[in-house]
Design a protein around this ligand. Structure first.
Ligand code: PEP
Ligand code: CO
Length: 445
């Protein structure tokens, strides 16, 4: 046990990227000590259950849906907004499940998705240069010296916000709200549009099937409780390390800040601190792979992070860009397949498709997102591997952040409701539309 914990500090001696510099080291030490004394947010047994579910997806018997904000915010952790995000994920999952006729593992980019990697450490506006915004767990979005200074008390606020978010997720998904018999009610409160209408049609079919089975004596009380997992980028070590605990049942080490953690494209250096830390936690983990990833790197990541080839342990989340995925992905799939390893392959069709519009917004075109998803399915069909999941930035609200979709959001429309503090999210309609398109791809498998 002590051995495990000692290993867990080895990352400290390695090069580390994307961490803030706090002006007051003593204050950071106080906060991390307090975090270390607070209760875990998730249990080891739940992480094990998720690993078993992901193992099925890696084997081609289930599909993973991960969705939520690019960057959660403290003010965004309201009952309404959390409910809308959970409903959106549930709706998408039901569309996918219906198309694929296989279980869909549901996971929010929620209850911990606060820290952001940035391409530059500073931001300059006019004559003024300040530290970059790194997510509300680190500093504030306002462009002032006071707000941009890294403040360790935000680590605690992120923890408590995650706890209350998770509490509501658990209430929604354990208390009957996520019951498949509620399939119609998840659509209520969202504005009428073609995607919603298509969803209504599907919900009616599902309802009818359930009623038919009930009339034949089937007992659906099992449907009352729905598994819904949480995941976030494991980026900020002053948060992740104190929430890492030894499981009293087994002596194994788990990160208890979320069920699933992934390493971002910018912090996955083979010799870096993040990889070293992730080696020692037993949770199911992910690694983002961008378009420049070479096959050797993918194979090394497998050897380092999943030496025992444990089913469900490792997920590769590819984010190549619509224009690159058809060339960049097949060689990775081939090499990994030839090695005999079976990670779960998930597409993130968001992060390779960023653009800046003429009127200055960070955006993404819905068509590019769809094209990357199609490229992902094509690549897997070509190589004979299983396209096992979808990872998207979304919100249940009617924001205007991504261009296109059936509402044909254009550049001017971005000005009306752009709320993300970081990357643009699919709104509720775009999310539903995407799920119908992915369902069609799944039907072809
Ligand atoms: C993200 O998921 O928000 C992110 C920063 O992704 P990536 O590491 O793929 O750039
Ligand atoms: Co993002």
């Amino acid at each position: 046990m002590t051995e495990n914990l000692r290993d867990l500090d080895a990352w400290r001696s390695l090069p580390i990227k994307q961490q803030p510099s706090y002006p007051d080291a003593a204050a950071v030490a106080d906060v991390t000590a307090e975090l270390a004394s607070l209760p875990p947010l998730i249990f080891a047994g739940e992480a094990d259950t998720l690993k078993a579910r992901l193992a099925r997806a890696a084997a081609g018997e289930a599909f993973l849906l991960q969705g939520g904000d690019c960057a959660e915010t403290f003010s965004g952790a309201t009952g309404d907004k959390i409910r809308n995000r959970v409903k959106t994920v549930l709706q998408m999952a039901v569309v996918l499940q219906y198309g694929a006729s296989m279980p869909v593992v549901k996971m929010g980019r929620m209850a911990g998705q606060f820290a952001k990697p940035r391409s530059k450490d500073t931001e300059t506006r006019g004559e003024v240069t300040l530290p970059a915004f790194r997510g509300e767990i680190v500093n504030g979005f306002d462009f002032t010296q006071a707000s941009r200074t890294a403040d360790p008390s935000r680590l605690l606020r992120a923890y408590h916000t995650s706890a209350s978010t998770l509490n509501l997720i658990r209430a929604f998904t354990q208390g009957g709200f996520a019951d498949l018999r509620e399939v119609h009610s998840w659509n209520k409160g969202f504005a009428e549009n073609p995607a919603n209408r298509r969803y209504e049609g599907l919900a009616t079919e599902i309802d009818r099937a359930i009623k038919f089975m009930e009339s034949a004596g089937a007992d659906f009380d099992e449907l009352q409780r729905v598994e819904f997992f949480t995941g976030h980028e494991g980026l900020l070590m002053d948060y992740e390390h104190p929430l890492t605990r030894v499981d009293s049942r087994t002596g194994d080490v788990y990160n208890t800040s979320g069920h699933f953690l992934w390493i971002g494209e910018r912090t996955r250096d083979l010799d870096g601190a993040h990889i070293e830390y992730f080696r020692h936690i037993k949770n199911p983990i992910g690694v983002k792979l961008g378009p420049t990833t070479d096959p050797e790197t993918a194979l090394k990541l497998i050897d380092i992070l999943d030496p025992d080839r444990e089913p469900g342990r490792l997920t590769f989340i590819t984010r190549m860009g619509a224009g690159k995925i058809r060339e960049a992905l097949p060689p990775l799939l081939e090499a990994v397949k030839a090695s005999g390893a079976q990670p779960l392959w998930v597409t993130d069709p968001m992060h390779g498709n960023g653009i800046t519009t003429a009127n200055g917004y960070k955006s993404r075109r819905f068509d590019d997102v769809v094209d990357e998803v199609r490229g992902f399915f094509e690549a897997h069909r070509q190589v004979g591997t299983f396209p096992g999941g979808l990872h998207v930035e979304l919100t249940g609200d009617d924001v205007t952040e991504c261009l296109g979709g059936s509402e044909r959001i254009d550049e001017a429309a971005l000005e009306s409701r752009y709320e993300s503090l970081c990357d643009p999210r699919l709104n509720h309609k775009q999310s539903l539309e995407l799920s119908f398109l992915v369902a069609e791809e799944l039907e072809k498998l």
